[in-house]
Ligand binder design. Structure first.
Ligand code: SAH
Length: 216
C-alpha cells in the first residue's frame, strides 16, 4: 500500500499485542487493525504517535477514536462476511476501513463537509473505494440502502435515534455510546422479530457529541 512500510507494520503489530493485553479477543478485529495503516488517517503532525493507543484531533473539532475504542466497538458488532453496516460519524474514515477489511459492505455518514471530503478521498486513495460515504445527518440514517445488519454510532448519542432503529434488520445490532453520568455507556440493542429491542450495557467511554444537522 502506498505510504505504508515495514516500520509501520511493526508498530501496528505492537499496538495489536497491546490491545490483546487490554482484553480485545476477536482475532478478525485484531487482524484488521494490523492491516489498516492508521498513520495515513492522521495529520502528519501526529505521525510519530499514530500507533499509540490514543485519540487524535482530525480537524473541525473532531477526533479519530482511540484504537481500543475502535477494536471494542468492532468486536461488539460480531460481523459476519458481507454484512451491511451503517456507520454514523465517518470522521477520518479509519473505523470504516477496519469494517471494510473485515469484509463488511460499509455505508458511512459524516455531517462535516470538510471531513466528509477528506475521508472520501482518503478511502479512495487507500483502496477502500467500495465504502459508500454520505454527507448528511446520521440521526436520519440512510433509508435508501436500509435495512442494515449492523449500525454503529461513533459519536456520543444523547438518545437512541429512532430512525436508525427503523433502518435495522431483524436480528440486527445497533451499537452506540449513549450519554450517561459523566461520559457514555456503550450499549448494544438487538432487534427481535417482533420489533422489540434487547439492551445490553458495556464499559464507559468518552466520545465527541453526536449533533443534529449538517455543517458546510
Ligand atoms: N469513526 C471516526 C471517528 C469519528 S469522531 C473515525 O474512525 O475517525 C465522530 C464523528 O461523528 C465526527 O467526525 C463528527 O463530525 C461525526 N458526527 C457527529 N454527529 C453526527 C451526525 N449526526 N451525523 C453524522 N456524523 C456525525
Amino acid at each position: 500500500m502506498v505510504g505504508d512500510s515495514h516500520k509501520h507494520q511493526g508498530m501496528r503489530k505492537k499496538l495489536v499485542d497491546q490491545l490483546r493485553r487490554k482484553g480485545i479477543q476477536d482475532e478478525r478485529v485484531l487482524a484488521a487493525l494490523a492491516r489498516v495503516p492508521r498513520h495515513l488517517f492522521l495529520d502528519p503532525a501526529f505521525l510519530e504517535h499514530a500507533y499509540e493507543d490514543k485519540a487524535f484531533r482530525i480537524g473541525a473539532g473532531q477526533t479519530i477514536s482511540q484504537p481500543y475504542t475502535v477494536a471494542y466497538q468492532s468486536s461488539l458488532l460480531e460481523l459476519k462476511p458481507a454484512m451491511k453496516v451503517l456507520e454514523i460519524g465517518t470522521g477520518s474514515g479509519y473505523q470504516a476501513s477496519i469494517l471494510a477489511e473485515m469484509g463488511a459492505k460499509v455505508f458511512s455518514i459524516e455531517r462535516h463537509r470538510s471531513l466528509f471530503d477528506e475521508a472520501k478521498e482518503r478511502l479512495r486513495m487507500l483502496g477502500y473505494s467500495k465504502v459508500k460515504t454520505f454527507f448528511g445527518d446520521g440521526f436520519l440514517g440512510q433509508p435508501s440502502f436500509a435495512p442494515y445488519d449492523r449500525i454503529l454510532i461513533t459519536a456520543a448519542a444523547p438518545e437512541i435515534p429512532r430512525l436508525l432503529l427503523e433502518q435495522l434488520a431483524v436480528g440486527g445490532f445497533l451499537v452506540l455510546p449513549l450519554d450517561s453520568d459523566g461520559g457514555q455507556t456503550m450499549v448494544r440493542l438487538t432487534k427481535s422479530p417482533g420489533g422489540e429491542f434487547m439492551r445490553e450495557d458495556f464499559e464507559n467511554f468518552r466520545f465527541v457529541p453526536m449533533l443534529k444537522g449538517k455543517v458546510f
